[in-house]
Write a new protein. Sequence first.
Length: 260
Amino acid sequence: MDWELIRSVSECGPVDYIVCAHKALDQAEVAVNLRPAVGKETTIVVIQNGVGNEEPFRNEFPDNSILTCVTWVGAVQTSPGVVKHTKSEDMQIGLFPNPSLDGSLEQKRLDTFADLLRNGKTRFQILENMQIQRWEKVVWNVAWNSLTAITMVDTQTWLHSSEDATPFTRQLMQEVIKIARGCGVPLQNELIDQLMDKINAMPGIGSSMQTDCKNGRPMEIDVILGYPARKARDLGIPAPFLQTLYVILRAVDGRLRAAL
Ligand SMILES: NC(=O)C1=CN([C@@H]2O[C@H](COP(=O)(O)OP(=O)(O)OC[C@H]3O[C@@H](n4cnc5c(N)ncnc54)[C@H](OP(=O)(O)O)[C@@H]3O)[C@@H](O)[C@H]2O)C=CC1
Ligand SMILES: CC(C)(CO)C(=O)C(=O)O
């Protein structure tokens, strides 16, 4: 395979695909930095946790296609260049449709990227409405990422920490489901049971947010909690558990950023 290592986007001309699998911390700034690599034909692929992640890319590149993906791959970089891959592996991908582009062109860009994943033997499914997946995953991340980062315990230790932990978690998930619905994304209440069954079938796990917190790195609190919290406020949907976690995590994140 031919490849070329570049150390800065400015060393590269327009490319077919840009895969954004970085932490979603300053999306608008990343989009501006990508300018030299984006041409008319470039498709941006977002593989990140969170909701609203695509908007800064669409604002910066209104004439380009965006593929949006949810990944369930668990991975931690234990030392430079060494990635520990935990058991889970799955991904959903689809279009973040651009109404100003021809649908068949967007579909072709999605199909070509899917072929690349297939060639690499990645486990994935193509879905029609990826916002359902993105919000379902954020229901998961709001719960497990925040709670494991704030408590510094794993999911099972959290759930067994008191008789209030499970009802607390379910209430939190319920709030995010209501916000998703307010945003026109049809999540079902059954999702709570599905996600609780899923976590209870797993050994206690941490989260990427807990890893960031442990390593003194900024956390993805805006795309995971901030965007839903703002939507709740705008739509007049009560979300006291979410708002509380968000305000606490902003303080923790502020401490981490101040120490950088
Ligand atoms: N880790 C996990 O288990 C899971 C992660 N996710 C999501 O996947 C996304 C990526 O997470 P993860 O792989 O853990 O992240 P990491 O922080 O481990 O890796 C991100 C990589 O992107 C690089 N990077 C970060 N910011 C920039 C930037 N502005 N420009 C160029 N490169 C950058 C980092 O470089 P450097 O190391 O030099 O800082 C690093 O190599 C996140 O949205 C996360 O929530 C989803 C499911 C599971
Ligand atoms: C790996 C997984 C699914 C665990 O919750 C995740 O999304 C994260 O850690 O951010």
